[in-house]
Design a protein around this ligand. Structure first.
Ligand code: UDP
Length: 216
């Protein structure tokens, strides 16, 4: 993508994205137009297998961010971190810099996904000239934000990364490796962040119903 020129968008899709896309045609359009959608969630893998179009494996937002940071350090690409609560992007950047020697992070801004802040953020990002922009406003805001702003920003790669900065900064605990391996991170997250229960309880039955009804 970086070598081929142009501005690209990556979305890290979990079942909640698919539910939202069914209700929100603008978001569905963004996912359909994205240059790459990665399967971030065991539900997406199970659904793809059930529908006869199996995927190779999961790519979590955290893993994708680490791989992009590694690539950026190796090739001299410039990274910009946008979003999360004030100070969190800076903490996440410190972790990435400590992990990948020589990594160039050209900006850390919490900002806001509200459209009225876009002119200011466009100015800040354009003057930093990043090659990779990570946007952490949660879905669908972050992906809609990228789709609206990429025509102006023209960053080679822009990725919606959800809660990745919170994880990197240690604000949200990582599930133990064995839980991640069996794809039950969402359950761990539910127990460790009980305020999310409503989101999950809403998402699971609706997603299952949508997958089954798509098959028939
Ligand atoms: N966030 C933000 N501004 C907002 C809404 C959300 O910076 O107006 C950040 C929030 O602090 C968190 C991330 O966006 O770091 C959302 O994380 P979540 O795991 O909820 O993402 P999702 O699962 O929706 O992709």
């Amino acid at each position: 993508m970086l070598e081929s020129g142009g501005a690209h968008q990556i979305c890290t899709v979990n079942p909640e994205f698919i539910n939202e896309a069914a209700r929100n045609p603008c978001f569905a359009e963004v996912l359909a137009q994205a240059d790459l959608c990665t399967p971030d969630g065991i539900g997406v893998l199970l659904a793809a297998r059930y529908l006869g179009t199996p995927l190779r494996g999961r790519v979590t937002g955290v893993r994708l961010t680490h791989r992009l940071a590694q690539l950026a350090a190796e090739r001299g690409y410039r990274l910009f971190l946008l979003g999360a609560a004030p100070g969190v992007a800076e903490e996440a950047a410190a972790v990435l810099r400590a992990t990948y020697a020589g990594l160039t992070i050209v900006g850390c801004v919490a900002g806001s996904p509200a459209p009225r802040h876009e002119p200011f953020l466009q100015q800040v990002i354009r003057s930093a000239r990043p090659d990779i922009l990570l946007v952490a406003y949660g879905h669908p805001k972050q992906d809609l934000w990228v789709a609206r702003n990429q025509p102006i920003l023209q960053v080679p790669v822009a990725v919606g990364v959800g809660g990745v900065f919170d994880y990197l900064a240690g604000r949200v605990p990582f599930a133990p490796a064995w839980i991640r391996q069996i794809g039950l991170e969402w359950l761990y997250r539910l127990v460790s962040q009980p305020r999310r229960w409503r989101r999950i309880v809403d998402a699971v039955p609706y997603f299952c119903w949508r997958v089954v009804s798509t098959a028939y």
